[in-house]
Design a protein around this ligand. Structure first.
Ligand SMILES: NC(=O)C1=CN([C@@H]2O[C@H](COP(=O)(O)OP(=O)(O)OC[C@H]3O[C@@H](n4cnc5c(N)ncnc54)[C@H](O)[C@@H]3O)[C@@H](O)[C@H]2O)C=CC1
Ligand SMILES: O=C(O)CCC(=O)C(=O)O
Length: 424
């Protein structure tokens, strides 16, 4: 008998990322009595481009990667969402992330639909020149579905400002100089001040607002952060400036823990040389798995998806999980956290600062007018606080969890736009 035949029915069925997001959407549709035709439209993507991305590697061999751009729904405006370079960025994951963007943009009341891109590759094992070639080929092969008023990519995991500069350049070579085609570009090429820190700042603002609601001083809140890339590192910096006690951080190479609090400025100096948080002192080493189960108050997953599952959720000791990453908690993990009365601030709120400043960047590009940093941060602050308040008020009114309230608000707006535009 083959291995597949020995699978027992008692093993938990794997729920794909897309199925997970759909569970939240369908539950919201049931609460809101959304017309079935609207829900049917939202179950699948408007358009999915799957592109071959052949790259001549530095050793002259040819590797053929697979890339995607998924446009989920554009009823509220041009498609918007990041591009992920990661070995696990397959079509299902990219589709799920595109769906999340639809509801995130709607929750923040941004005039965008939802999209996401990805290339299945490991950027940590590629040279700068290989990444440059990969990015250009990917952009050429999906370029026909992009456009300033059609679809505007941005950075996500494994991509950064440099990737956006290459995308802008490759798009411009074919369609003409178009800074507004991507956001998260270097400031020198029309990027917005503050986009680099925007996602982490949004996460920290949510933490501060929750602490205010709980009437607990940030100084009395111990924070553990998984991931020290764009989102994790800016969250650590800004949260510690706000007074939170960051007691643990990690990256793919390992983590560090100091119950008295980590000096984030000193950690940044260490990171600049070592290229990892691992090894920083004074602190104890800690694994990524142990960080998720650490005795702390706010746990902030800020790296990959699906790290809190039915396997480990029961051992989470934090009383709050702030989803800085996209989809870090599976539905089964979520149910366990809920039963334990762990409050979860959902990704479509917590990490929405990034796309919000991307919207400001796009606006600045269209107007050919640059905002000073103070204006960007002030507008971000107002939008994050207003949406946090709206979501928490809705959750209290309806007796729902924050994730449910977030999807209720998002879906209501998307469904209304679908009907107004006559999609159904
Ligand atoms: N960059 C942005 O503006 C936004 C990012 N996000 C989400 O935030 C998360 C992180 O994105 P970025 O910070 O941009 O990515 P990044 O590529 O800058 O950093 C990723 C971090 O995660 C760590 N990491 C990778 N694999 C890991 C693993 N298996 N275990 C532990 N740590 C691991 C890396 O070492 C690195 O520290 C992703 O889920 C992304 O979708 C969400 C909204 C906006
Ligand atoms: O800045 C953007 O346009 C999108 C950021 C993103 O990919 C996300 O919020 O997950």
């Amino acid at each position: 008998m083959g291995g597949a035949d020995m699978t027992t029915t008692s093993e938990p069925r794997h729920v794909s990322p897309t199925e997970s997001v759909l569970q939240s959407v369908i539950a919201a549709a049931d609460r809101l009595r959304t017309p079935p035709e609207v829900v049917d439209l939202l179950r699948t993507s408007w358009r999915e481009v799957r592109a071959q991305v052949p790259v001549r590697m530095d050793d002259r061999t040819l590797r053929i990667f697979e890339g995607y751009r998924v446009q989920h729904n554009g009823a509220r405006g041009p498609y918007k969402g990041g591009v992920r370079f990661h070995p696990k960025a397959d079509l299902d994951e990219v589709r799920a992330l595109a769906m999340l963007m639809t509801y995130k943009c709607a929750l923040m009341d941004l005039p965008f639909g939802g999209a996401k891109g990805g290339v299945m590759c490991d950027p940590t094992h590629m040279s700068e020149t290989e990444l440059n070639r990969l990015t250009r080929t990917y952009t050429q092969h999906i370029g026909m579905v992009l456009g300033v008023n059609r679809d505007i990519p941005a950075p996500d995991m494994g991509t950064n400002q440099q990737t956006m500069a290459w995308m802008m350049d490759a798009y411009g070579a074919r369609y003409g100089y178009t800074p507004g085609i991507v956001t998260g570009k270097p400031v020198e090429l029309g990027g917005s001040y503050g986009r680099d820190q925007a996602t982490g700042r949004g996460v920290a603002i949510c933490m501060r607002e929750l602490a205010r609601m709980e009437r607990v001083a940030p100084q009395d809140i111990r924070v553990a952060i998984q991931g020290y890339g764009n989102v994790g590192s800016w969250t650590a910096r800004i949260a510690s400036e706000m007074g939170f006690r960051v007691i643990a951080v990690s990256d793919v190479k390992g983590g560090i823990w100091n119950p008295d609090g980590i000096d984030i400025a000193a950690l940044d100096r260490w990171f600049a040389v070592a290229g990892s948080v691992a090894g920083f002192e004074p602190a104890e080493p800690i694994t990524n798995e142990a960080l998720l189960e650490l005795d702390c108050d706010y746990l902030v997953p800020a790296a990959i998806g699906e790290v809190i599952t039915e396997e480990n959720a029961a051992r989470v000791k934090a009383r709050v999980v702030v989803e800085a990453a996209n989809h870090p908690v599976t539905p089964a993990g979520d149910a366990i956290l809920r039963a334990k009365k762990v409050l979860v601030l959902p990704d479509i709120l917590a990490n929405a600062g990034g796309v919000t400043v991307s919207y400001f960047e796009w606006t600045q590009n269209i107007q050919q007018f640059r905002w000073p940093l103070e204006r960007v941060l002030d507008e971000l602050e107002k939008r994050m606080v207003a949406t946090f308040d709206e979501l928490m008020t809705r959750a209290a009114r309806d007796g729902t969890q924050p994730r449910e309230a977030a999807f209720d608000i998002g879906l209501e707006r998307v469904a209304r736009a679908i009907q107004l535009r006559g999609f159904v």
